[in-house]
Each structure stands twice: as C-alpha cells, then as structure tokens.
Design a protein around this ligand. Structure first.
Ligand SMILES: C[S@@+](CC[C@H](N)C(=O)[O-])C[C@H]1O[C@@H](n2cnc3c(N)ncnc32)[C@H](O)[C@@H]1O
Length: 220
C-alpha cells in the first residue's frame, strides 16, 4: 500500500539512470555530435528511452509516427523497439535537424525503418492518409498544437494503440504559474491533457518520467 509518493530525489534518479537507462554508446555519441553541430540538447531522457521501448513493445506496435525529430535520439529509440518490418515516420520542421537525423538513421542500422519528413507537422498531416493504422504516436514538438495533432491523428490510431506526449508537466509549470515565455506552451499542454483525459475512448495517465510523459491508451 502506498499512502504517499516518493519524490524523485537525486539519488533515486541516479539509481534509475544507472540501472534503467536505454541510452547506449550510439545514442550518447549522437547527443555529443548533435551538440557540436549546434543542435539544442532537448531530447527525451535516457530512462524515458527504456520506458517508451517497454510501452511500444508491450502493445506490439509496428507503425509509429513522431512529431519533433530533433537529432533523431527518440526516433532511434522508438524504431529500435519496432519489429524488423516496422516503420516510423518522424516529422521535423527544421531542415538542418532533419538532415542531421536523416544521416544518422542509416548509421544506427535503421535505414528503411525510419522516414524523416522535413515539414511543419500540421501541414504534413493535411495530406496524411495512411493505408494501415497507427499503433503509436509520439508528440514532442509544438506544444501549442498538441490538441490539433490529436484531433487529426485520432482516427488513424488503432484501438489498443497509444498516444504519447512529452512535457506533460509543462517544464515543471503545469500546476503553477509559468514564466511569460512558457505560458502559451503550458496552456497548450493543459488543454490537450484535458481534451484527451475527458475522451471516453482513451484511458490516460501521466508517468513522472523526464518532464512527465502522457500516455493515452485507445480502448474503443
Ligand atoms: C523537443 S525537440 C524533439 C526531441 C526529440 N523528440 C528527441 O527526444 O530526440 C522538438 C523538435 O520539434 C521541432 N518542431 C517544432 N515545431 C515543429 C512543427 N510545427 N513541426 C515539426 N517539428 C517541429 C523542433 O524544431 C525541435 O527539433
């Protein structure tokens, strides 16, 4: 029985990172190289990698879509958890980042399994009409549009599939007052969270990993 939560103290985070990290040498090098290339270090956290792979494998996901590629850290993590005939489409608006990731995916041995689309996410989805259902969606880009991504992608996600979104804790401000610069993003995350939480076709949770990972399982 648990009557109170144990906050994630530094020693517990260290324990998690030492024992439950999904970051291998390739992903570590990717971070170092992308930093040298001037790409911001805002990828998902190492313990989030293993957790997301756990989720992806537990639902036997085969076809995944990600909004927000950055340097490809999460894309590689997702694609590694898909079967050999699985596929990830990842969308990135910044052309230098998209090009960097495009070059890294074959080096990671994932050529053919990942398609990088250099586009604004919502613009790409205007024409998106896959002939197979999505199993896993990961939102990690423009927070103000999380709800719009959900509205566009819901119909393509199979029952039993998962909608995941990073920064569910809104950079730590979800329950408080964000600084001016973060207000619109935090508001976007808040309204998306309410939208999906109140949708009876989903069971939604927030897992306190990284900056909060929202997971919504489609049940009907
Ligand atoms: C937090 S980073 C993604 C991190 C990545 N998922 C990872 O963990 O390795 C967000 C990325 O989304 C991209 N982005 C922002 N707005 C976007 C949009 N409207 N469409 C597509 N990508 C966008 C940014 O350029 C940035 O590279």
């Amino acid at each position: 029985m648990s009557i109170k939560s144990t906050g994630l103290r530094e020693d517990l985070l260290k324990y998690l990172l030492e024992n439950f990290s999904g970051e291998d040498e390739f992903l570590l090098n990717l971070k170092n190289e992308s930093e040298k290339a001037g790409i911001p270090q805002i990828s998902i956290s190492p313990e989030q990698v293993l957790f997301m792979q756990f989720i992806i494998k537990s639902i036997n996901a085969k076809f995944a879509l990600e909004i927000g590629t950055l340097a490809g850290y999460s894309g590689i993590s997702i694609a590694r958890a898909l079967p050999s005939d699985g596929k990830l489409i990842t969308i990135e608006t910044n052309s230098e980042r998209a090009a960097f990731a495009k070059q890294k995916f074959p080096e990671a041995g994932l050529d053919g399994k990942i398609q990088v689309i250099n586009s604004d996410g919502l613009a790409y989805l205007e024409e998106f009409s896959p002939n197979i259902s999505l199993d896993f969606v990961f939102l990690d880009a423009d927070k103000q549009n999380y709800s719009r991504y959900f509205e566009k992608l819901d119909k393509f996600l199979r029952v039993g599939g998962i909608f995941a979104a990073d920064n569910a804790f809104g950079f730590g401000y979800i329950a408080g007052n964000p600084p001016e610069d973060d207000i619109k993003d935090v508001e976007g995350i808040r309204s998306f969270t309410q939208l999906i939480k109140n949708n009876k076709n989903y069971i939604t949770v927030i897992v306190p990993v990284g900056d909060g990972l929202l997971l919504a399982l489609k049940i009907s």
